[in-house]
Design a binder for this molecule. Structure first.
Ligand code: SF4
Length: 684
């Protein structure tokens, strides 16, 4: 019939954490189009994923639509009723709890699902499993930001709004972030800022497209962020450009950091970072002298064995020049997945209840015991990246993963698979039969963002509505109802709540969300937390007048090399990252034929000098090996990466970079070192 629509539903993009607003256009219970809306972070803009990757997966015939139980004799999954599947899940988890104790269980929440889902998932783990072994995929992307910003400033989140840091600044310092690929609508706004005359400093080992627009590009050696930041601070102090009034009134630890950075002369840093000393000097002076200059960073800073120190070094630079707590400035991590900020805010973290209230604090524990009406485990749980070794050791026996795919996304794939195979019982909630789901004993069908109500919190702490556009098919159940089903079966009786009622419960136990409700979001649009009461307007800029922790703290960071460096056997550094056309494991974007046509296969970027040495031309197949595994992929030869360095996207199961990456962990946040491992590239 002629093109006509039944309704247009305003909602939030489910891919990156920019939080773009758009309308899903619906006809006959099917999404047929997307129209951009004028949201606070996207201003009517959308990227290719938002325009075309947001609905094919919802209606994909490959969706899992009913519970599946693995027949261990045949290895095949068989259709089950909800009662059969849920009874099995509850009885197996209870059996493990009885035999080995609560801490033999663990659950990973889904950073792509709404806040309400993540809140209920962590409640299931804490109240019914009886453990704090709950985490989310921030552990492998921005846990270093959560830890590092909390330690230095008091809150582990972006300090300023996207509009503020792209409209107002005189200088933008972009460190380890390629927003035109990973957060494209932020990338577009940075490009517009540069066109208006804003200066740009890019600190990145690759010639990303924004580097071509930069006034200074510091193409530093991967893994040397702390040395770079110390060099910047050395120059600022040498030039007398530090803000002593700010330092004296609002910070602590200045003398110690001054002592440390004294040794990081531009010449010494240039040698460590493989950059030009004069460029470093110019960048430091440009950043310090600007009135408004935000630091914007991403996983190039966090995904290192010294990731938390890297993040704290970003805070150190901003504290030194007083560029915090005011417009057009701040320290701004671009969070990865659509709701990874929210999954952390909702307490899907082993040491934190919702709102970063500490499990280890007896008063907080007592408050949650009262609110949730049960005795809680007082011991902080195990981080997701430590759960896999714990499973291999036999300490963790039962695992519930809600919508994550660690077989593709986590480092050192062999050890992830070994861990999953070591479990006594493994349950997944999933939209699709992913690489990880194949190892499950029970798969419960997941529900997409377009089929449910809720909220996502974007990278700038803005809580925005997710609205149901189409009805659930057949016998599918909301994820929050599934968690309630399991809680009830495990002896922790809970009522079935709507998403709006769950948000009311969140507000009642989480001071930073106390003023947030679906009703208010529907009336006012997004609200940036902290929002501490019903008449609080939200907080666009954090740390105004006072840091959340009181005084801002200069963390004394020394440069420490990456855990695995190139040697004769594996002479090349491998970095990994994302491309514009896909998100994470392509579970969603991989269902859009147009995106797969443009970008359907893995590849490795290598420098022309290195390629010539091994007789490889652009487009040749190559073998890439590390101490952990070997893959085959296609070479992209050029100068985007420096000699001795390579780069791969991690989205693709064929030639997946994570067979190669190193599971070395940061000591604070337990984040893995995806950005540096040693590999050998050979012609296939
Ligand atoms: Fe979606 Fe991110 Fe693209 Fe916006 S920039 S449309 S949130 S993927």
């Amino acid at each position: 019939r002629p093109y006509q629509v039944d309704k247009k539903v305003l909602t939030t993009c489910p891919h990156c954490a920019t939080g773009c607003q758009y309308y899903l256009v619906v006809r006959d219970n099917e999404i047929v189009d997307v129209e951009a809306a004028d949201g606070p972070s996207n201003k009517g803009l959308l990227c290719v994923k938002g325009r075309s990757g947001c609905f094919d997966f919802v209606h994909s015939p490959e969706r899992i639509k009913y519970p599946l139980i693995k027949n261990h004799e045949t290895g095949e999954f068989e259709r089950a009723t909800w009662d059969e599947a849920l009874d099995l899940v509850a009885s197996k988890f209870l059996e493990i709890k009885r035999k080995y104790g609560s801490d033999a269980l663990a659950g990973f929440a889904c950073s792509r699902s709404p806040n309400e889902d993540c809140y209920m998932m962590q409640k299931l783990v804490r109240c019914a499993f009886g453990t704090n072994n709950v985490d989310n995929c921030a552990r492998v992307c921005h846990s270093a930001s959560v830890a590092g910003l909390a330690m230095t400033l008091g809150s582990g989140a972006m300090t300023n709004p996207i509009e503020d840091i792209t409209k107002n600044p005189d200088v933008i310092m972009l460190v380890g972030s390629n927003p035109e690929e990973a957060h494209p609508v932020v990338g577009m706004q940075i490009r517009q800022a540069v066109q208006r005359g804003c200066k740009l400093i890019v600190v990145d080992p690759r010639d990303i497209d924004l580097a071509k627009k930069a006034d200074i590009h510091l193409k530093l050696r991967p893994g040397t962020n702390v040395a770079f930041a110390n060099g910047i601070m050395h120059v600022i102090i040498e030039e007398g450009l530090q803000d002593m009034d700010f330092i004296n009134e609002r910070t602590e630890g200045y003398e110690k950091i001054k002592e440390i950075v004294k040794d990081y002369t531009p010449e010494k840093v240039a040698k460590i970072c493989h950059i030009d000393a004069e460029d470093l000097r110019k960048a430091a002076i440009m950043y310090a002298k600007a009135d408004m200059a935000p630091i914007i960073y991403c996983l190039g800073v966090t995904e290192h064995s010294t990731g938390t120190e890297g993040v704290m070094s970003m805070s150190n630079m901003a504290l030194l020049v007083g560029k915090l707590g005011r417009p057009g400035c701040g320290v701004n991590p671009l969070r990865g997945q659509n709701n990874v900020q929210g999954a952390c805010d909702m307490g899907a973290l082993p040491g934190d209840f919702p709102g970063y209230q500490k499990v280890a604090n007896p008063e907080v524990l007592a408050k949650f015991e009262k609110a949730w009406g049960t005795k809680l485990n007082p011991n902080p749980g195990t981080h997701a990246t430590d759960i896999f070794p714990a499973a291999i050791r036999g300490d963790v026996k039962g695992l519930y993963i809600f919508g994550e795919d660690p077989v593709v996304t986590d480092p050192d794939t062999h050890h992830v698979i070994k861990a999953l195979e070591s479990l006594d019982f493994f349950v997944m909630n999933e939209l699709f039969m992913t690489e990880t789901a194949q190892y499950a004993d029970v798969i419960l069908p997941g529900v997409s963002y377009a089929e449910k109500e809720g909220t996502f919190s974007n990278t700038e702490r803005r809580v925005q509505r997710v609205r149901k556009a189409v009805e659930l098919e057949g016998e599918m159940r909301l994820d929050t109802d599934i968690f309630t089903d399991i809680m009830n079966r495990m002896g922790y009786p809970q009522p079935y709540l709507t998403s709006a009622e769950i948000m009311d419960e969140i507000a009642s136990v989480t001071p930073s969300f106390a003023g947030i409700s679906h009703e208010r979001l529907d009336k006012e649009g997004g609200i940036q937390w902290p929002c501490t009461s019903k008449d609080h307007p939200g907080t666009p800029i954090m740390h105004v007048g006072k840091f959340t922790r009181g005084l801002g703290w200069f963390y004394p960071a020394e440069y420490v090399p990456s855990a695995e460096l190139p040697d004769d056997e594996y002479p090349t550094i491998l970095m990994t990252g994302r491309i514009l056309y896909h998100y994470t494991t392509r579970a969603m974007t991989g269902r859009t034929p147009g995106l797969m046509q443009i970008a359907g296969k893995s590849f490795i970027e290598m420098n022309v000098e290195d390629a010539e040495k091994i007789g490889v031309k652009d487009g040749d197949r190559v073998k890439v090996s590390s101490r952990r595994g070997q893959i085959e992929t296609t070479a992209r030869v050029g100068t985007k990466v420096s000699p001795g360095e390579t780069w791969m996207p991690f989205h693709f199961p064929d030639g997946n970079a994570n067979w190669l990456t190193n599971a070395a962990l940061d000591k604070y946040a337990r984040i893995p070192e995806y950005k540096v491992c040693a590999v050998k590239v050979e012609k296939a």
